[in-house]
Design a protein around this ligand. Structure first.
Ligand SMILES: NC(=O)c1ccc[n+]([C@@H]2O[C@H](COP(=O)([O-])OP(=O)(O)OC[C@H]3O[C@@H](n4cnc5c(N)ncnc54)[C@H](O)[C@@H]3O)[C@@H](O)[C@H]2O)c1
Length: 302
């Protein structure tokens, strides 16, 4: 398949990342099917996607007309067989659970045409963990996005069985949707920026869970020195506390690391209350007007 042959993108999982990848593909002229387990979840996600679209068009990168046209290119469906119809490229964004991802790939392998390229947006798992389930391992790699409101960096990570043509195709597609591809040469649990990010998030969580400093002061310290618009806890809220918990817990259990287990338990308290961050309106901060975004956050000491 050539990049010009890619016309329709199937987004599996309509959550935080599914909405973002759907929008960026649609804004660049692709037809998109967004698939999730229920229409209720999809419709709720679509409302957030539309708000994101307004924010992007307000920044001037796309005109409001382009934004409206993009929204019309997206269809929502909870039926896998409809989602799979004519899909040329799959971008999977379901929760960070290897068994779930493997199951989804196996079922879409049955439903999609043989040429369809499969990609996973996994944050910390590696594609060889599901390559066996994909049924077309040579047409499979990781294609990992960050928050599209912050950056255009995307990672492409093959597994040992990925066809170099697949890597080249996904790379060309990334450029077509206005992104900056970073290609990993070796499989790694964590991409280039993510590897560094998880180390600093882990350190911030250990400081907070051991009550060395408050969440606000940890963010204040980071923001005050590096002049960033948000600190580690603002970032965890934006990623989704449940997602960061899953990743932290997975590795904490695997490595039986004392600090990481404490970090996972600290995050779990928020997950159990349903305070998942920006997506639920409350996490370490309250949204849409989090304290760290206020003008006097650095100096207020609160
Ligand atoms: N949140 C981030 O900042 C971020 C960034 C890059 C990559 N990722 C990765 O993207 C993936 C998704 O993360 P997210 O933050 O979007 O999670 P999320 O919880 O916001 O969304 C996941 C969605 O998948 C849906 N889903 C669950 N089972 C499904 C199934 N069987 N079929 C179809 N849909 C199903 C859920 O209903 C939910 O809407 C994870 O692998 C995560 O590691 C997340």
């Amino acid at each position: 398949m050539k990049v010009e042959d890619i016309k329709k993108i199937l987004i599996v999982g309509g959550g935080t990342m599914g909405q973002q990848t759907a929008l960026i593909c649609a804004l660049h002229g692709y037809d998109v099917a967004m698939h999730d387990i229920s229409m209720e979840i999809l419709e709720k996600g679509f409302e957030r996607l539309k708000k994101n679209c307004i924010r992007i068009t307000a920044s001037g990168e796309f005109t409001p007309e382009e934004g409206e046209a993009a929204i019309k290119r997206i269809i929502l469906t909870d039926k896998p067989e409809i989602a799979a119809q004519d899909a040329d490229l799959i971008i999977e964004s379901v929760p960070e659970d290897p068994a779930l991802k493997a199951k989804i790939f196996a079922s879409f392998h049955e439903l999609c045409k043989p040429e369809t390229v499969f990609t996973t947006n996994t944050s910390t798992l590696v594609p060889s963990m599901f390559a066996h389930a994909v049924g077309r391992p040579e047409k499979f790699c990781a294609f990992h996005f960050h928050d599209i409101a912050i950056t255009k960096i995307v990672d492409i990570m093959p597994h040992p069985g990925t066809d170099p043509e697949t890597i080249a195709l996904v790379r060309e597609f990334a450029i077509k949707i206005g992104q900056i591809p970073i290609e990993l040469k070796t499989e790694n649990h964590g991409y280039v920026f993510n590897n560094m990010l998880m180390a600093f998030i882990g350190s911030a969580l250990t400081l907070a869970s051991r009550k060395v400093a408050s969440v606000e002061d940890i963010d204040r310290s980071w923001m005050g020195v590096l002049h960033t618009p948000l600190g580690p806890f603002g970032m965890i809220d934006s990623i989704g506390i449940d997602t960061v918990w899953k990743v932290t817990d997975f590795w904490a259990q695997k490595r039986q690391d004392k600090h990481a287990l404490g970090n996972a338990a600290f995050l779990r308290e928020y997950v159990d209350k349903g305070d998942l961050g920006v997506k639920t309106g409350r996490g370490f901060y309250e949204y849409p007007a989090p304290a760290f975004a206020k003008k006097d956050f650095l100096t207020s000491g609160k």
